[in-house]
Write a protein that binds this ligand. Sequence first.
Ligand SMILES: *[C@@H]1O[C@H](CO)[C@@H](O)[C@H](O)[C@H]1NC(C)=O
Ligand SMILES: *[C@@H]1O[C@H](CO)[C@@H](O)[C@H](O)[C@H]1NC(C)=O
Length: 318
Amino acid sequence: MLPTNFVGLLSLCLATTAWASPAFHFSSLNRNEAHSNSGSTHRGSDDLPDDPSDDCGTDISVDDAHKEEKRFRTMRRPHRADEEHFTFQLHYHNVVANTSFEGGWLDDEVIQTMVDNLNADFSSTGVNFELAEINHWSEENWFFNANKTEGLDLEVEMKESTRVGGRDTLNVWTIQLPNGPAGYAAFPWNFDKTDQDSIRDGVILKYSIIPGGRSKTRFGRTLTHEVGHWVGLYHTFQGKSCSGEGDFVDDTPMQLAPTSTKNGCTAIDTCGNDPGDDPIFNFMDYSSDECRSEFTPGQIEKIRQELATYRYNEEEQR
Ligand SMILES: *[C@@H]1O[C@H](CO)[C@@H](O)[C@H](O)[C@H]1NC(C)=O
Ligand SMILES: *[C@@H]1O[C@H](CO)[C@@H](O)[C@H](O)[C@H]1NC(C)=O
C-alpha cells in the first residue's frame, strides 16, 4: 500500500539556504519523468476563478475556544525571554496522483520557496522552520480523498503512515482538496488529547495554493495562516461577533465577519463601535495574500506562550 521510498540520490543543492541541505526522499516515481514533466507544467496560464470556499477549514466553536483558553490559563508556562527563538523541523509531504502539476506534483524549489516565505512571514515572532525533508508520496487515493470532511479515515491513514516526530515537529501535507478549503491545521493544545489527535497534528494544504500557482488572490500565505493555527492563534474573526473575547488577543480589532479576497486591501470596519478597522493586513484574516502581512505584538506574545506551554515544553516532551 505504501509507496516504496528510496532515499535521495539527487544531490540537489539549495545553496542559498543558511541551514543544512534537506535530505530528499523520493517516491517510486520515475525521477527523470518527474523532472521533464515538472519543467513543462503550465502554471498560471489559465487562472482558476477565486473560489470563496478557498478559505480555511480550521474551525473551533466559541464554547470550545473558551474551554481551551481556560485550560491554557492554568497550564501556561512563561517563555524565557523575548529574544528566545523557537526552531522547528519541518517535514513536507507532497502527496501526488502523478508527476504533473494537476496530479499534485510540486518541485522542490517551489516547496523551498514556500518555506522561505513562511520564515519571512514569521520573522517578527522569533519562530523559524528548518526544511528537514521533502517526501513525494505517490498515493492517488490520499491525494483525492484524504480530508477531514468525508475522508477522515484516509486522512488518519495518510498521516499515520507518513508523519515524522512529535509535538515539536511540523508536518505539512499537500493534497487535492477539490471542494475547498485551501487548508486546515491542528491547534497545539490538541496534541496528546487522544492518539488520533496526535496523529492528526500538522497542516494540510490544497496543492494549488502555492507561490506562482493559479490563483490571483492566494499564492502561498495559506501556509503562514495555517501555521498560525498550529502555533496557537485563532482567526481574527473568531466568534464572528462584535462583543465577547473574539480571538483572545487584545490588539486585534473585533471583527464580525472574515474579509473576502474580493475586498482587495481596502479598509473596512465590520464593528463600528469597536476601535480600529478590521485587521485586513493580519495573517489570520481571510483577505487576499497581497494584504496579509502581519502578526500583532499581542498575537506574537500568545504564540510564544502557546509554544512554551504545548510545543516546546521540555519537561513534558523529554
Ligand atoms: C494526473 O492527474 C490529474 C488529476 O487526476 C489528471 O488531470 C491528469 O490528466 C493526470 N496526468 C497524467 C499525465 O496522467
Ligand atoms: C473529501 O474527499 C471526498 C471523497 O472521500 C470528496 O468527495 C470530497 O469532495 C473531499 N472534500 C474536500 C473538502 O476536498
